[in-house]
Design a binder for this molecule. Structure first.
Ligand code: NAD
Length: 352
């Protein structure tokens, strides 16, 4: 159905029962949380991640170790072997030999496709890398889904597809045909290609547009991580612009909840925003960090960056209507929990 008619679609009851779910990018921030939540509720999780060096690989290794630990615990409680509920494959989703062997071996029923090259600015320096990982990578997942009868896919898209939209709240019904970075263009292309696969092969696909996700195990290249780690360390925060830019910061637990809701309710084809539903100004965000760390930030003012959009606010009414989603973690609570995580994982030299 056209995205304009979504309000006529009734919310589906969730699927139940154990599934084998392939989670791509599960050594990364969002993927590792999704994989953990699937394990916790009793699904079998197949992980594939190439462990690229976009940021410190030891963080990704740590994320995989946490998943192994979690699987071990759950397996003990259920008299299983950890390998029965978690399998980890390291490699590129564009590697056909590896991917075929994964599908032959595990026959996943569902896919949460969280692997991608993330980050807007580096995509401008290396657009081909982004096209390969994000566009061709998504195409691979769609191809294998068709061939191996995976009917239900959740694909991670991004609020960056809204580009320089001037709407107060970004809604899925907006035109998103003017992406302003290669990253955004690859994300939008993935949405379009997944529509084609849905049409041709009846795959059930939900594209989720995530808005600035933060929380424990967050991505070190993103502002929330940088700000919190710098305030804890007493380092300098580079603040671009006057601090009035606003982002729809979304706590990881809400994102995971939305991903699970989407994988459990296979609509034929949808694009759905997943955010908190209101923006927070950079100044306010920094104030919250100072409050919860208990230290003043050391701010270095920098000129606003060209291409930086003034605000992003997610209209989450579609997620509410189709998935029964609502954001449950306030910005204050999210910052509090993230600071606590940083403090618990800090070493004497800084952040673990
Ligand atoms: P991340 O970089 O922490 O995780 C992505 C993982 O994918 C990494 O571990 C990486 O090694 C892996 N990967 C990349 N290319 C691969 C390939 N070709 N084969 C196998 N593995 C590959 O990023 P994240 O923040 O967890 O993002 C997850 C998804 O959510 C991405 O699709 C991203 O574009 C999207 N997203 C994230 C945010 C956010 O705020 N974090 C916002 C919007 C959209």
């Amino acid at each position: 159905p056209s995205p304009h008619l979504w309000s006529d679609i009734p919310i589906l009851a969730p699927h139940t029962g154990q599934k084998t779910v392939l989670v791509t990018g599960a050594a990364g921030f969002i993927g590792s949380h999704v994989a953990e939540a699937l394990l916790e509720r009793g699904d079998v999780v197949i992980v594939v991640d190439e462990m690229n060096d976009y940021y410190d690989v030891s963080i990704k290794e740590g994320n995989l170790d946490l998943l192994r630990e979690k699987a071990k615990k759950i397996a003990q409680q259920t008299n299983k072997m950890a390998e029965d509920i978690l399998r980890i494959h390291v490699g590129d989703i564009n590697n056909e030999t590896m991917m075929r062997s994964i599908f032959d071996q595990h026959t996943p029923q569902w896919i949460c496709h969280m692997a991608a090259r993330a980050g807007v600015r580096p995509s401008i320096d290396n657009p081909q890398l982004y096209a390969k990982a994000n566009f061709l990578g998504t195409m691979s997942m769609l191809e294998y889904s068709r061939e191996y009868n995976v009917t239900n896919l959740v694909i991670s898209s991004s609020s960056s597809v809204y580009g320089e939209s001037e709407s107060t709240y970004f809604s899925e019904a907006e035109d998103v045909n003017e992406p302003v970075s290669p990253y955004a263009a690859t994300k939008r292309s993935g949405e379009l290609l997944s529509f084609t696969y849905h049409k041709l092969y009846d795959l059930k696909i939900t594209n989720l547009r995530f808005f600035t996700v933060y929380g424990p195990r967050g991505r070190p290249d993103m502002a929330p991580y940088k700000f919190i780690s710098q305030v804890i360390r007493g380092g300098v925060i580079e603040q671009y612009g006057d601090g009035t830019t606003s982002r729809d910061y979304t706590y990881i637990e809400d994102i995971v909840d939305g991903v699970l809701r989407a994988i459990d309710r296979p609509y034929p084809y949808e694009i759905i925003n997943l955010g908190k539903g209101s923006g927070t100004m950079l100044n306010e965000f920094i104030l919250l960090v100072e409050k919860h760390v208990g230290k003043k930030a050391n701010i270095k003012l920098m000129p606003a960056q060209p291409g930086d959009v003034p605000f992003t606010n997610a209209d989450i009414s579609k997620a509410k209507m189709l998935l029964g989603y609502s954001s449950k973690v306030s910005i204050e609570e999210g910052v509090r929990r993230t600071v606590l995580w940083f403090k618990n994982t800090s070493t004497e030299d800084g952040i673990a």
